[in-house]
Every structure is written in C-alpha cells, then in structure tokens.
Design a binder for this molecule. Structure first.
Ligand SMILES: [Zn+2]
Ligand SMILES: [Zn+2]
Length: 114
C-alpha cells in the first residue's frame, strides 16, 4: 500500500509524461465549463499559443490536496477540484525539493523574481 505522498508522486509523474489519469481530463473539462482557457494556473503559460497544434490540449496536473486533512490515505478518488493545471516548468519547480511548494508559494517566488 502506497502512502499518500507516494501516490501523489506517481500521479504527478504520470501527468508529466502526458499519460493522463482520467481525472485530468475531467479537470480540463471542468476548467473549460467555467470558461477558462487550459493554461498554467501560476503564470498563464499556454502550450497551444507557444507550440501550436503540437501543444494543443497539453497541460500537467498537480495533486494539490496532498497536505489537506481532507485527503484520504485510503484511496479516496481524486476529484477534478483536487488538481491544479500547471505547465511543466512550474510543476517541476514544485517537486524539485521537499517540502513541496504550494501553488501560492510558487506564485510568490515567481513574483519576487520577475
Ligand atoms: Zn505535482
Ligand atoms: Zn507555469
């Protein structure tokens, strides 16, 4: 039985290689239904705008509720709301070192450096 942190790692790695668990597709659908573009949540990076047809629809998913008490260690289904849609750069920076950053912490770092 994997612990929650391992599960999040596996989940995030899958999305990094474009092998998307079904929940990513649902998260993308959810964003679209809200009228949002499928772009990075921290900096608005748009793969389609940068890479054209090849980048269309590409986004990585980060499991953002791993720290919350609501996250259930016993295999509760990941919900689309649990997923942050991120570009590859931002996602890699979150996982580069432990403890992992929250989306808000990453945003603060980006703002402080730009
Ligand atoms: Zn992640
Ligand atoms: Zn990004």
């Amino acid at each position: 039985m994997m612990n929650l942190l391992q599960k999040v790692n596996v989940f995030c790695e899958l999305t990094m290689y474009g092998r998307e668990p079904g929940v990513i597709k649902r998260a993308i659908k959810l964003a679209k239904s809200k009228g949002n573009k499928i772009i990075c949540e921290t900096r608005g990076f748009d793969f389609e705008q940068k890479y054209g047809e090849r980048g269309k629809g590409f986004i990585e998913g980060h499991h953002k509720t791993f720290l919350s008490k609501a996250a259930d260690e016993n295999g509760q289904e990941t919900k689309p709301e649990d997923i942050a849609l991120l570009c590859s750069n931002c996602h890699s920076m979150i996982h580069r070192r432990k403890p992992w950053l929250t989306i808000e912490e990453l945003r603060e770092i980006i703002e402080a450096n730009n």
